[in-house]
Write a protein that binds this ligand. Structure first.
Ligand code: UDP
Length: 713
């Protein structure tokens, strides 16, 4: 039924006809055809859209079906003695050379039939001793790749009948062992033309030669023309297929990133595809408010989005209810599965898939709560790659921990591919076929509806299950790393959930997220500033932005929530000597379990400012007195003149003059100079003793809060 004669091509070394079998147009098939096209090879495809009758070849013998299809397809050429026919599998094969090169090498053999060779014997081990001894090359026949003159190909395919589910490799092996002399059949032992990867991984290397990539068999010093990821080497073939033929080169970067892509921005907003965004909250997650906020900031019309949330963390119940109430109405729909349903991760994720299957759902965007999607265009950028499933590369900040694996080990778990680091760090950019993706990915609704991804396979974790499931269904998993960043993964380990504002305690676990939330947005500007440009309202007293408004607000709330304000008297059990000379109403950082964090904070963020404004002084950033002070008229409104037990002191304004309180401020008596009404989050830094005898001016109305540290006592 296939008009094969169209593809006969006459080159310098004669005519070559390439034939393959493919029953489905899978990602792997498309990759195969792309590689053929890259070399101008016109492939005749047999069996498309037919039911596969060749048995379960992944787990045992089979493939006779291929022979039966082919015999029929090449019958018309059985008398063409000039024509060379090459057969290749399609799902795990790549072309690396053009027809001329393959014919030249074939004709140099001066034989009638050539089969590819491999390291292992399959499926009949007992035939090993019937094989000829091989000095130079792989010993055994592999039927995934072969070529020969048309009459011999036909003769071979019809030398005896074969059932569809019988093994094609055994069929050819028997032919080869019986007839190799009479028919003049050889194996391509040193992989001159055909390279089977199984058992030969260590022999082949990818060579980058500027704008051109080569596959070199270093063991036999050959440059094969056709590559076959036979048996368990498909993941490795997928990796090689990211580079071969010339998909990504050192000189040109990604060569096929524009292939089949489209531009969504060209569409009117009302024609944007519909998306189910499925959010999975498994455990208490730091910076969860920011996570939700970033989702609402995606540059995508909300009326095209249906939100599905599976929440297994009671901890986030209220935040999600608030989200449902405030943001829910902006979306096309919102559905939340509550922790009380006790659904479990696998069933919850399958429920997300069902949700997509039950509605329009052009796309299914799965996002775990530990992914902060800081690039608001991420959804559109993923759509535009036009892959069945694609994940943006995100990693933990400053670490190599990411949401994809470049390779699998023999147990199916993580193995580092040679390019892993370069992909995470974006030294190589493109769209990459990988065996495992996690945390965040976009799938086409059509794929979801056709293949129904399954997260529940035996006792596998859901991430392993889904990747295995899709791989086995012939779907390539892609990651894209074209943009500098799509976002990042937060660390979930050691998240303290016993406080009111738990993210404050994330300074060590998720430092950059902490900085973004709690440092003043101007802090890093000030840090690099020339000392003379930092405000000095009184002699040697500096003021500068240090903390964010969020920090100030949350710290006050945290302290009020804790509630154990000191009595304001001289007796103070919290101190070593039990006596405070100049008492305030306060709560110490160590009382809320924040002292170690705070000392780290002083070292990281305060010392650089100190050493800038007081040059020549090297601060140890040691402090035992770190506390929040509360001033109010009916409690304690002011503080009498005093020295601090510090070399220098910082004093951060936590709330706003006029709005929250009236009066207040610090007065430096020797200079008769006051600092009043400092903006929220700003800090005063001043020497602690001798010259900077100072007092706290009375708060006349409302409540004033400040955060104080006596540094280097
Ligand atoms: N094949 C097919 N439909 C199927 C399974 C297999 O067309 O459902 C064809 C396809 O050309 C594939 C070849 O049979 O490449 C052999 O299958 P596979 O590559 O999985 O087997 P292996 O090379 O690992 O023996």
């Amino acid at each position: 039924d296939v008009a094969l004669s169209d593809s006969e091509k006459e080159g310098k070394y004669g005519k070559l006809l390439v034939v393959t079998v493919a029953t489905k147009e899978t990602d792997a098939f498309r990759r195969y055809m792309d590689s053929a096209e890259a070399f101008g090879i016109n492939v005749k495809v047999v069996g498309m859209d037919q039911e596969w009758k060749g048995g379960d070849i992944e787990h045992g013998p089979g493939g006779g079906f291929k022979i039966n299809l082919l015999r029929e397809a090449v019958a018309q050429y059985k008398d063409d003695e000039d024509l060379v026919i090459m057969f290749t599998d399609s799902y795990d094969v790549l072309f690396l050379a053009d027809a001329d090169e393959m014919l030249r090498k074939f004709k140099a053999y001066q034989i009638n039939l050539l089969f590819s060779a491999e390291t292992y014997i399959w499926p009949e081990k007992s035939l090993a001793n019937k094989y000829p001894k091989v000095e130079n090359g792989y010993p055994y026949l592999c039927s995934g790749l072969y070529m020969g003159y048309a009459p011999y190909i036909y003769k071979a395919l019809s030398y005896k009948p074969i059932e569809d589910i019988a093994d094609d490799q055994l069929f050819f092996t028997e032919l080869y062992l019986a007839e190799r002399h009479k028919w003049n059949i050889k194996l391509d032992n040193p992989a001159v033309i055909f390279q089977n990867i199984n058992g030969a991984r260590a022999d082949i290397t990818l060579r980058f030669e500027g704008g051109n990539n080569l596959l070199h068999n270093t063991k036999y010093n050959t440059v094969p023309c056709v590559l076959h990821g036979n048996g368990p080497t498909k993941v490795y073939l997928n990796h090689l297929g990211n580079y071969l033929p010339n998909k990504w080169t050192f000189d040109g970067g990604c060569q096929n990133c524009d292939l089949d892509t489209f531009d969504l921005q060209g569409l009117p907003v009302e024609d944007y595809p519909s998306v189910v965004i499925a959010i999975f909250v498994g455990v208490p997650t730091p910076f969860f408010a920011e996570f939700l906020d970033l989702l609402t900031k995606l540059n995508y019309p909300k009326n095209k989005i249906d939100i599905f949330i599976h929440n297994r963390a009671m901890f986030h119940y209220h935040m999600l209810e608030k989200f449902r109430e405030e943001k829910g109405p902006l979306y096309n729909s919102i559905k939340i599965i509550l922790p009380a349903e006790m659904l479990g991760d696998a069933k919850g994720r399958n429920r997300g898939v069902d949700h997509c299957m039950s509605m329009e759902c052009d796309y299914y965007f799965s996002v775990d709560s530990d992914v902060q999607l800081t690039n608001p265009d991420v959804l559109r950028l993923l759509m535009e790659t036009n892959k069945q499933i694609v994940a943006p590369v995100v990693s933990k900040r400053g670490k190599l921990w990411s949401n994809f694996w470049g390779d699998l080990n023999s147990q199916g778990y993580y193995a580092r591919s040679e390019d892993y680091v370069d992909l995470v760090r974006r030294n190589r950019r493109g769209v990459w076929n990988v065996p495992y993706i996690n945390n965040v990915y976009l799938a086409k609704g059509e794929m979801v509806k056709t293949y129904k991804p399954n997260f529940e396979i035996e006792d596998l974790d859901t991430d392993m299950a889904i990747c295995m499931d899709l791989r086995s269904k012939g779907i390539f998993l892609y990651v894209v790393n074209m943009e500098d960043s799509y976002g990042h993964i937060v660390t979930l380990d050691n998240y303290e959930t016993t406080h009111l504002h738990n993210d404050m305690w994330e300074l060590w676990n998720n430092k950059e997220d902490w900085e973004a939330k709690y440092l003043s947005p101007d802090y890093f500007v000030v840090k690099e500033m020339d000392r003379n440009n930092i405000t000095m309202p009184c002699t040697d007293v500096y003021t500068f932005p240090l903390m964010s408004r969020t920090w100030a607000k949350e710290l006050i709330e945290e302290m009020e929530h804790f509630g154990e304000w000191s009595g304001g008297g001289n007796q103070d059990k919290r101190l070593n000597g039990g006596y405070e000379n100049v008492p305030t109403r306060d709560i110490h950082m160590n009382q809320i379990g924040f002292e170690q964090h705070w000392l780290y904070f002083l070292r990281e963020y305060v010392v650089p400012i100190c050493e800038n404004v007081y040059p020549g002084y090297y601060s140890k950033a040691y402090a035992i007195m770190n506390f929040v002070v509360r001033y109010k008229p009916d409690e304690q409104a002011s503080l009498r003149p005093h020295h601090d037990s510090s070399t220098y002191t910082i004093n951060v304004a936590l709330n706003e003059r006029e709005t929250d309180y009236e009066g207040g401020g610090a007065r430096f008596i020797r200079y008769n100079c006051s600092v009043v009404g400092l903006p929220v989050g700003y800090s005063i830094m001043h020497p602690g003793r001798l010259t900077h005898y100072h007092e706290g001016l009375p708060t006349t109305n409302g409540t004033r809060y400040i955060m104080v540290s006596f540094i280097d006592p």
